[in-house]
Write a protein that binds this ligand. Structure first.
Ligand SMILES: [Zn+2]
Length: 147
């Protein structure tokens, strides 16, 4: 957990204020972080003054200690020999990767498929050992492989 203060100016009422966010999230310690990530509340703030929803974009690193996997959005993991680090270019991609690791998906295999079959598709969740990938209205379903 590494808290940082951000200054935000509301685009609607121009009120400026500071908000606190964790920039390093540990999956084992910060239990509710996956949920906040999945519903995107980590990346929005409601203006205290006029209640406008303000999107937040900041560097963040998500760490899975058991899997020794770092997922970073404009923030790098401490690359060591026994850990793996993935960098993402957007908040959507960051959330997608974290969801995949949380669900025990073999992320390397999926990233390979994203060059072909799964190009343009985003991980949409798992149900009964089937993985779902979505692209607009299209859905692809794959059996989950065990590591
Ligand atoms: Zn406001």
């Amino acid at each position: 957990m590494q808290e940082k203060l951000f200054q935000v100016v509301c685009p609607n009422c121009k009120q400026a204020f500071f908000i606190k966010r964790d920039t390093v999230i540990n999956h084992e310690i910060d239990d509710d972080s996956v949920l906040l990530l999945e519903n995107r509340s980590l990346f929005v703030h409601t203006c205290n003054h006029c209640r406008t929803t303000i999107p937040l974009d900041y560097p963040v690193l998500y760490y899975f200690p058991k899997e020794r996997i770092y997922i970073g959005y404009h923030l790098k993991g401490e690359g060591s020999l026994d850990s793996k680090s993935y960098e993402t270019d957007s908040i959507e991609q960051f959330v997608e990767y974290v969801m995949m690791v949380r669900d025990g998906v073999m992320i390397d295999a999926i990233l390979e498929l994203k060059q072909g079959l799964l190009q343009g598709y985003t991980y949409d969740g798992m149900e009964a050992n089937q993985l779902f990938f979505r692209n607009d209205g299209q859905l692809i379903c794959l059996p989950k492989r065990d590591a």
